[in-house]
Design a protein around this ligand. Structure first.
Ligand SMILES: [Zn+2]
Length: 230
């Protein structure tokens, strides 16, 4: 165990009054996991907790001690931490497909970035899904994977009858996700499309017309399925 992990363990043992076994992890899926075994509580923490401020550690200790819900403060610390930890190096650049049959995502991305973002964001982009998805496929037109700094655009949009502005808008929407982290509400839920997000999203040229187009044409992509914008 490293010195810092050891320090974290003594600190949390002192605050919880329990015997703990702390493991520091570096994976994306487990930020905090606790097993309340009799005799020894096993805690796996992401490495972002090695530099957590005092108040976050206090509330984390309360969670470990009383098996309460993870507090909003700890949740937002995790959210912020996720943004700091950069896993983008783990994306296999060869697996990214930017050339479609109609649209080239890379050049659209560059165009949007140049027009709307004074400082380049340096995100990656790829197509995903099938141009003619099976009815059971989940249809999300765009996605931003923060940890990978990767925008994914569904291939259903790679069609001549989808205006280029719509593609640009979907890419822009995902870029705005990069700028605006989800907010943790008082109840501890995560709000993604919050007011600040929406304000910046509306700055897209022709926003209203594009929204109208999407509302009208959505059925073509979704065939009655639930809204899949993300
Ligand atoms: Zn979204």
């Amino acid at each position: 165990m490293s010195t810092s992990a050891h320090h974290l363990q003594s600190l949390l043992e002192e605050k919880t009054g329990r015997k703990l076994k702390i493991k520091i992890n570096d994976n994306r899926s487990t930020m905090v996991s606790v097993r309340w075994d009799p005799g020894c509580t096993k805690v796996s923490l992401h490495r972002i907790f090695l530099e957590a401020p005092k108040n976050v550690m206090e509330e984390l200790a309360c969670y470990i001690k009383d098996k309460r819900e993870i507090s909003p403060l700890v949740k937002s610390y995790i959210q912020e931490g996720l943004n700091r930890v950069d896993y983008s190096e783990t994306v296999d650049a060869n697996a990214l497909e930017t050339t479609g049959q109609v649209y080239d995502l890379l050049s659209l991305y560059q165009k949007v970035e140049e027009k709307y973002f004074p400082t380049p964001l340096g995100l990656r982009i790829t197509w995903f899904g099938k141009r003619k998805p099976t009815p059971s496929a989940s249809l999300v037109l765009g996605q931003y994977q923060r940890l990978l700094q990767l925008i994914r655009i569904h291939r259903v949009l790679d069609r001549k009858d989808v205006p280029q502005e719509v593609l640009e808008y979907v890419i822009y929407h995902e870029m705005v996700h990069h700028i605006h982290l989800p907010k943790i509400t008082v109840g501890g839920r995560s709000a993604v499309h919050h007011d600040e997000f929406k304000r910046q999203e509306r700055a897209f040229h022709g926003f209203d017309e594009i929204q109208q187009w999407i509302r009208k044409e959505r059925g073509r992509f979704f065939q009655g399925r639930k809204n899949g914008w993300s």
